[in-house]
Design a protein around this ligand. Structure first.
Ligand code: DAH
Length: 315
């Protein structure tokens, strides 16, 4: 038997012999079954034989497996010097990178992130923002209307209404998302992104607004000091309304965002008493801020999915 086991060269044959020996109808199984008829010495001898055989099978199995592996190593060769297929490692899109930074900064100031639907109803996109039907300010935005009267959200300002309706005040939130307008050139895309901030509480003032905007821009553009220019402006949902420009590369003024103190009617539309609460809101182009930071010139390129453009610009 021992000799026989050691002659076997394949795992299949070894398995067959193992079954014939230890299986249900195996020879050893039968002998063990009859062990009760043996005297003590014969029993001890059988137990020993059984244990030795099992051990032998194990050793033989390991030897065969080793031999099989060695044979494979002899015949199959892996050429580790062959150059691999070029791999394109995915990266975060520049807009996603910018958003991570913007969110991180605003969250550190205590603003909470909100989103809202891109198909918006008239109330949230216009009416609650103090822009009722036939209000001339509706012309400020070239709106995509849907047949049922809804619109493609033209401004993330709609999110501030949803946030106040849902959570009331005091509130410190920022809304992010895609916005849509009928316009298209190097600096305008029919789909673009905005970020909106809102802070309503007792005793919130315009200087809180300017302080937060200044701190935000300094951190986002990694500048020790930003020079701001505050210009009076008009938005239906803020009073007074301002536009904030930033000095860029020491000589140019860039318009960065619209902002203002939330109009009392907007607060009333959200069930907030404007005699007790005041607040500010601001809104800016998320794409535009990313273009400035990463020195990009054509907003449409963000949406082309062109890896060559991304790589050429270091993304
Ligand atoms: N929604 C304005 C726009 O799309 C931007 C804006 C201006 C947002 C003033 C505001 C704000 O929250 O207070 O042009």
């Amino acid at each position: 038997m021992k000799e026989q086991i050691n002659q076997i060269q394949t795992l299949e044959e070894l398995q067959a012999l193992h079954t014939a020996t230890f299986g249900k109808n195996g020879t050893m199984t039968a002998r063990l079954r009859d062990m009760k008829n043996l005297d003590n010495d014969a029993r001890a001898a059988l137990n020993k034989e059984n244990a030795e055989l099992r051990e032998l099978f194990k050793t033989r199995q390991a030897d065969i497996e080793y031999a099989v592996m060695m044979a494979k190593l002899q015949t199959q060769k892996l050429d580790v010097t062959l150059s691999p297929e070029p791999e394109h490692v995915g990266r975060l899109h520049p807009l996603t990178q910018a958003l991570a930074e913007i969110s991180g900064i605003l969250e550190s100031f205590g603003y909470n992130l909100w989103t809202g639907p891109e198909i918006e109803d008239d109330w949230h996109n216009f009416t609650a923002l103090n822009t009722p039907a036939h209000h001339p300010a509706r012309d400020m935005q070239d709106t995509f209307f849907l047949p049922n009267g809804n619109v493609m959200r033209t401004q993330t300002s709609a999110i501030q209404i949803r946030a106040m309706e849902k959570c009331g005040v005091p509130i410190k939130m920022f809304g992010i998302g895609a916005t849509y307008r009928k316009e298209m050139d190097a600096t305008h895309s029919p789909m673009f992104h905005q970020i909106e901030g809102l802070y309503v509480d007792k005793n919130v003032t315009m200087s809180d607004l300017i302080g937060d905007v200044r701190a935000f821009l300094q951190r986002f553009f990694e500048m020790d000091n930003v020079e701001l220019r505050i210009r009076p402006s008009y938005f239906p949902f803020t009073e007074p309304s301002i536009e904030i420009d930033m000095k860029w590369h020491g000589d140019k003024w860039l318009e960065i965002m619209g902002a203002g103190m939330v109009h009392p009617d907007v607060l009333r539309n959200c069930g907030v008493d404007p005699d007790v609460y005041q607040g500010f809101a601001f809104g800016f182009g998320w794409d535009r801020l990313a273009m400035l930071k990463y020195n990009l010139s054509d907003i449409r390129k963000f949406y082309d999915g062109d890896i060559r453009w991304l790589q050429a610009n270091g993304f």
